[in-house]
Design a protein around this ligand. Structure first.
Ligand SMILES: [Zn+2]
Ligand SMILES: [Zn+2]
Length: 181
């Protein structure tokens, strides 16, 4: 995770500096594009987990061995090329390289938050009320029903798409079920 922060931290800072310096975007609208990127990430997180990880690119390893960090973090080359591809898609969509870059930095921030939270959920350190609620839903996805609770950092898109169970069950113990396997 440290490597990711060292790679993406300067990248995001650089993208901000270049975008704002280009004069194409003011500071306050830059913040709005960034926020839009974070919101876009929450949707991407849901859609990727539901349709890629439980579709054409399954993440069986993570379900079989939830605490193994190698199966939690996405490979750096994959997330970097994903971020690059997203920027290239957003460029024509927003009509500006700077706007596209700022949205992409929001997506990257959301992505890093997701990796940190996902690691923490499987770490065995309980955390506060919000973390415990997120863990309860995520462990429901792991140990009770893989067809619900696809959102990791928020239940928002599970509510939107109707994949939030009425009563998530906390299964698998405080850490995870891998030690029993
Ligand atoms: Zn899953
Ligand atoms: Zn997990």
């Amino acid at each position: 995770m440290t490597v990711r922060l060292w790679v993406y931290g300067p990248l995001v800072a650089c993208a901000w500096w270049l975008s704002v310096r280009s004069g194409a975007v003011g500071a306050s609208s830059a913040a709005a594009y960034f926020a839009a990127g974070v919101a876009l990430w929450t949707a991407l997180e849901y859609l990727m987990h539901r349709y890629a990880f439980h579709g054409f690119a399954p993440h069986y390893e993570h379900h079989r061995d939830p605490a193994d960090r190698r199966h939690i973090l996405a490979p750096l080359w994959l997330s970097l090329s994903g971020a690059g591809a997203l920027w290239l898609l957003l460029w024509p969509a927003t009509g500006s390289a700077a706007r596209a870059a700022l949205i992409a930095t929001g997506v990257i921030a959301g992505y890093l938050g997701y990796e940190l939270i996902h690691l923490r959920l499987h770490s065995g350190r309980r955390g506060g009320r919000i973390l415990r609620a997120l863990r309860k839903r995520h462990f429901h996805h792991h140990f009770a029903d893989e067809r619900v609770c696809y959102g990791v950092t928020s239940p928002l898109w599970d509510v939107v798409f109707g994949t939030l169970p009425a009563e998530p069950r906390r299964l698998g113990g405080a850490r995870d079920a891998s030690s029993e396997a």
